[in-house]
Design a protein. Structure first.
Length: 756
């Protein structure tokens, strides 16, 4: 019988099978997890643990919903490594079953909670719970590292149970807390640090250590613990800001007994995620700040810059402006990170905000300290993970990262790259990483061929030229200029602080400009990336001054089209098609990119173009010839009209002007021959070992019907599909058993004929 002097508390439990004998159990809303063979015994163990826990109030009135239910959210997710704000997906796809608890709350809205994520949200319509749950869960998992995402894999189907615990009645006036309670803001929207030790630890394959950063650790420790200061660590991406903060939090928690500080990490948007209507966020935010003050909270705000544009219509109505009075009165402490441009933007957008923080500038490690990090990582990996790097492999990693990833700093980019290699080695059950694995990993990351990445492979200039001239027929002079970009990059004499090359391709329609761009993108960046290395933007879409926002962004949260694509694919060829149609304001924005290789938006966020080849195409000057497609004896001046159209300061920033000449009849025939020859590589012919033999009359026929004086060789493909491919398909359908043979394609009385 229940003791009337005790208060009954009901807490949800989630169980799932680990194997045939063992169960795992998670006490919802806590870090408690147990493994055992008996469900009743596990519940008893949880009850005993709660009775011993000093923070009994954490379990009262939990959850404040009617009849909590379990909903299983099934998701397919491809985990990603994050670098400079860009996601690089892994090759493996995860199929996850994520448990979610929901129930009707006291405000007649459904309170929904992911216990494994410590994430909650509100929903007003029951039929929308699953849809919103999938959205929130997927958004959470896409922000996780691959190691974190793997840790949420459940081997069996979970089910919901309830734990009844008898606790002493709550003292009058004490504060109630509960997972779904309106008064329990902090634990619902922030992550407590350092992570509690439990039976279920997240898998970490790389060391969580701030090596060679003792000076910064000591400085930040003193500012937080002794001075109770608000701090912003500033420095370029990768210098180790997050690692230093983690180490300081661990040191305070471990060494300073009785410090009474609690550390929490979250984002501005997560804090106000429960806002139900316009203007509700201020009340939620104030509750959050009050709780932080009551628990002597130290708040680590990720993406602190977003405080300035989250909440209201402008900076003066933002979360940053709202919390300024709290900061001035030192009601709690804030730790944040910013790059130098972001800090400058914060000072410009909301003057006075950054002045209430002590700024600690972190510089990039020198080469000596960086190389020591490589050795420390290797020691850790070999001792703890049983994976070791060859000395040559470490040296090659440093060289490649130093040259090809200029937009991130050491040691961050090294730790991320080496960790990915260790993950792959563990998956493949190998214990040694050599130069070969380094090259393969970097090719997968950048798409660049190994002859560019490796110093021991010489570039065969004749082979390179033959590759391009055999694909882009009749434009040998243009291809010489294109291949010169590859030669310069291979020898590492290009300017590393600018895009790899900035070129303008000029000439009439249908002479190979776009085909050459595609070929260069595939050759330069198409050897490992899983996404298309060519980014193509039609500049005729940006003819009005206001449309510059669609291209590069206006300084709000959403970046423009070009910025978004380059952030997603930093190793790419960026094609700005028909550049002359864009508004002149866009040329001004591009000049900064041509000069510095970096574009900075109004909030200080950088987009790096230094691993990008920028190519602009134009038809300027084409109308000077009497016939656009066919070559004439008189040379057409393309450079003059281009110079006249663009301002000198824009034109002078272009590295190469590449002229594509009109095509003559003999070139059209060669292009037709090449396109016909490539038909054999199609699946229907390859799988049945069928070869194709075309007569010269067929080549003449296609060259004549597939050429247009206004569009050059562009209609050739359409002519081949209409006159050759369609008839071949019909022939094969009539002769379904054809294999291991040669089909002869000819012309008879102006018609295409096919026979064996």
């Amino acid at each position: 019988m229940d003791d009337p002097k005790l208060e009954i508390v009901r807490i949800p439990l989630i169980f799932w099978k680990l194997d045939e004998k063992n169960l795992a159990a998670h006490l919802v809303g806590t870090d408690y997890e147990l493994i055992g063979q008996n469900q009743v015994k596990l519940k008893s163990m949880f009850s005993e643990q709660i009775q011993k826990d000093e923070r009994l109030e954490d379990f009262r009135n939990f959850p404040e919903v009617e009849k909590p239910r379990l909903l299983l959210i099934r998701l397919t997710v491809r985990p990603s490594f994050m670098e400079r704000g860009t996601a690089f997906p892994t090759s493996e796809i995860l199929h996850l079953k994520v448990p979610m608890i929901y129930g009707l709350g006291k405000y007649q809205s459904y309170e929904c909670f992911f216990p494994l994520f410590r994430l909650k949200f509100h929903c007003y319509l029951k039929e929308q719970i699953r849809m919103l749950g999938e959205h929130y869960a997927k958004d959470f998992l896409l922000k996780c590292s691959p190691e974190e995402a793997y840790s949420y894999l459940l081997p069996g189907e979970p089910w919901l149970d309830e734990l009844r615990v008898n606790l002493k009645p709550e003292k009058a006036g004490s504060k109630k807390t509960g997972l779904f309670s309106e008064k329990d803001m902090v634990s619902g929207v922030a992550e407590k640090l350092p992570h509690a030790k439990g039976l279920r630890q997240k898998i970490k394959i790389f060391p969580d250590a701030a090596w060679e950063q003792s000076a910064y650790i000591d400085k930040v420790y003193g500012k937080i613990y002794y001075e109770r200061a608000n701090i912003i660590l500033t420095g370029e991406r990768g210098v180790g800001k997050s690692a230093v903060i983690h180490e300081v939090i661990r040191r305070i928690d471990k060494q300073s007994t009785g410090h009474n500080l609690s550390f929490w990490r979250t984002t501005p948007r997560q804090i106000i995620s429960g806002a139900r209507y316009l203007g509700d966020w201020q009340e939620l935010f104030e509750d959050f700040l009050d709780e932080m003050q009551a628990m002597r909270g130290v708040l680590w705000l990720e993406d602190i810059l977003s405080l300035l544009y989250t909440g209201g219509d402008g900076p003066e109505d933002s979360m940053a402006a709202f919390m300024l009075p709290f900061i001035k009165k030192r009601k709690f402490q804030i730790i944040g990170e910013m790059t130098v441009p972001e800090l400058e933007a914060a000072r410009r957008i909301l003057p006075g905000f950054a002045e209430h923080f002590q700024i600690i500038r972190m510089e990039e490690m020198d080469q000596s300290a960086t190389l020591k990090i490589f050795d420390l990582f290797n020691d850790y990996s070999s001792k703890n993970l049983k994976v070791q790097f060859d000395r040559e492999a470490l040296q090659l990693s440093f060289r490649l990262l130093n040259r090809f990833i200029p937009y991130e700093q050491f040691p961050g980019k090294a730790i991320r790259f080496l960790s990915g290699l260790v993950s792959a080695a563990i998956d493949k059950n190998t214990s040694n990483i050599e130069e070969k694995e380094i090259i393969e990993a970097f090719t997968d990351k950048s798409g660049m061929p190994d002859f560019i990445l490796r110093d021991d492979i010489m570039l065969d200039k004749n082979e390179l030229r033959e590759y391009f001239t055999s694909q882009i027929i009749g434009q040998d002079e243009a291809m010489d200029k294109v291949t010169s970009v590859i030669k310069v990059y291979k020898t590492a004499v290009n300017n590393p602080q600018k895009p790899i090359a900035t070129m303008i391709f000029a000439g009439p329609t249908g002479v190979g400009k776009t085909a050459a761009v595609k070929l260069l993108a595939e050759y330069f960046f198409g050897h490992g990336q899983k996404t298309d290395p060519l980014i193509r933007l039609d500049m005729s879409e940006f003819q009005h001054p206001a449309q510059i926002q669609r291209l590069i962004g206006s300084g709000g949260r959403e970046p423009g089209k070009m910025v978004r694509f380059v952030r997603e694919r930093p190793f790419c060829v960026l094609l700005l098609d028909e550049i002359e149609k864009a508004h002149p304001l866009i040329f001004d924005a591009l000049m900064t990119v041509f000069d510095e290789g970096i574009l900075v938006d109004a909030h200080g966020r950088q987009t790096d173009f230094r691993n990008t080849i920028i190519i602009m195409t134009t038809n300027l000057g084409s109308k000077a010839g009497t016939s656009i497609g066919l070559a004439k004896s008189r040379e057409v001046d393309y450079t003059g009209p281009i110079r006249n159209h663009f301002r000198p300061e824009f034109f002078n920033r272009i590295d190469h002007t590449v002229i594509f000449r009109p095509l003559g009849p003999s070139v059209i025939r060669e292009i037709a021959r090449k396109e016909l020859r490539e038909l054999e590589s199609r699946e229907g012919f390859k799988k049945n070992n069928i070869s194709l033999r075309f007569t010269e009359e067929v080549i003449d026929y296609i060259a004549e019907t597939g050429f247009d004086k206004n569009f050059g060789a562009r209609p050739l493909q359409r002519a081949i599909e209409k006159n050759i491919t369609t008839k071949l398909a019909r022939y094969l359908l009539r002769n379904k058993n054809l294999k291991d043979c040669v089909l002869n394609v000819g012309v008879d009385k102006g018609e295409i004929v096919i026979d064996l």
